[in-house]
Design a protein around this ligand. Structure first.
Ligand code: NCD
Length: 353
């Protein structure tokens, strides 16, 4: 593709990239376990790096060079809980950077069925690869694996790609990127009213995203959930401690017109089939053609996906619907994360010249 074929925005970015140097004050990143690790500077740097990688990948030449950036690295994708987007976006992020991948997607196919402990499995993976990206049904297993790595002579980074009902820090990063870009014409996330709706008690994506709001100025969070799925006290206490304004309601119609963005989530019944969700009128927690026009004209509608009835395909073509872009952003943000973890920014800006 020639520069002439590029949309203006990307052609301009590509020109800017030629003169760019990585920020001076980059803190090294090793394990990525919990959103509490991220401060505003890190989030801004990651958003910037994500856009730079996307810009480079827009041309055949740029992409070919990116594929050499980390071609000496290998990654293990250890996903013992179902995943489509997180798995595929990490896998493709690795391929964009030339990282070779191995995978286990079901503990029934690993030596865990023979009684091998998680620790021994993780240590074994670390013998073969340079980073472990892991999704688990249980909470705290990425932390446990990281502690194990810190105790051995050849530690490798651990990335938490979703830990039970608890946290999903890399999803929160791509959500921040999507929000920042979608709200860029209005000054970004600062001073916005952001709604989070659905199963907030078991939805790790909303929990992680809420956590990151401490990094933005004057944000107000509105939690919209049926009584039995309200946000857990640990997150509410955290928001109170950090002076982040937040409120809760069971009625979307009461708040829908005030929101600058809404983060819709599904009811997570796989955690407990007898969770009482059948008694809830899900229509009250849905964005569809009947209520989308109550939203601001430039509101941002997001969803981590997969969706259920809470997000109607009928609104997919509305310019406010950003969830397909959001899922694609995940691949670019994860490529940026791997670049940062392996400290490859200097080389990245060299190859962009
Ligand atoms: C989410 C997850 O797995 O937590 N999906 C994702 O990673 N994109 C949301 C969900 O499953 O509801």
């Amino acid at each position: 593709m020639s520069t002439l074929d590029l949309p203006d925005e990307w052609a301009i970015r590509r020109d800017q990239l030629r003169n760019k140097r990585p920020p001076q004050n980059l803190q090294p990143l090793f394990h990525l376990l919990h959103p509490k690790q991220f401060d505003r500077q890190f989030l801004d740097q990651m958003c910037d790096l994500t856009t730079d990688i996307r810009t480079l990948a827009k041309t055949q030449h740029g992409l070919a060079r990116l594929q050499g950036l980390l071609s000496h690295k290998r990654a293990m994708l250890y996903f013992t809980q179902p995943s489509t987007r997180t798995f595929l976006s990490f896998n493709n992020a690795c391929h964009i950077l030339g990282i070779k991948t191995s995978e286990i997607r079901d503990s029934a196919t690993s030596s865990e069925v023979k009684g091998e402990t998680l620790e021994d499995s993780i240590r074994t993976f670390s013998s073969y690869v340079d980073v472990i990206i892991m999704r688990t049904l249980g909470k705290g297993l990425a932390e446990k694996s990281a502690s194990l790595m810190d105790s051995i002579s050849r530690p490798i980074p651990i990335i938490n790609a979703g830990s039970g009902k608890d946290q999903h820090p890399t999803q929160a990063l791509l959500d921040i990127y999507t929000l920042e870009r979608s709200l860029a014409h209005r000054g970004g996330i600062d001073h916005k009213v952001i709604g989070m709706m659905g199963d907030l008690s078991r939805g790790r994506t909303a929990r992680s995203l809420a956590y990151l709001m401490k990094n933005y100025q004057g944000v107000e969070l509105v939690f919209i959930a049926p009584d039995r799925f309200t946000m857990e006290p640990d997150i509410l206490d955290y928001l109170t401690r950090h002076n982040i304004r937040h409120s809760q309601t069971a009625e979307l119609t009461r708040v829908i017109s005030e929101l600058d963005a809404i983060y819709v989530t599904r009811i997570q019944s796989e955690h407990d089939a007898s969770d009482g969700s059948r008694d809830i009128n899900l229509a009250d927690y849905t964005v569809d053609l009947s209520n989308i026009d109550l939203m601001k004209e430039d509101a941002v509608i997001m969803h981590p996906l997969p969706r259920g009835a809470e997000l109607s395909p009928g609104i997919d073509d509305d310019p406010r619907a950003k969830y397909w872009r959001q899922e694609r952003n995940g691949m670019w943000m994860r490529a940026a994360l791997l670049t940062r973890i392996f400290g490859a920014e200097d080389t990245l800006y060299e190859i962009a010249r």
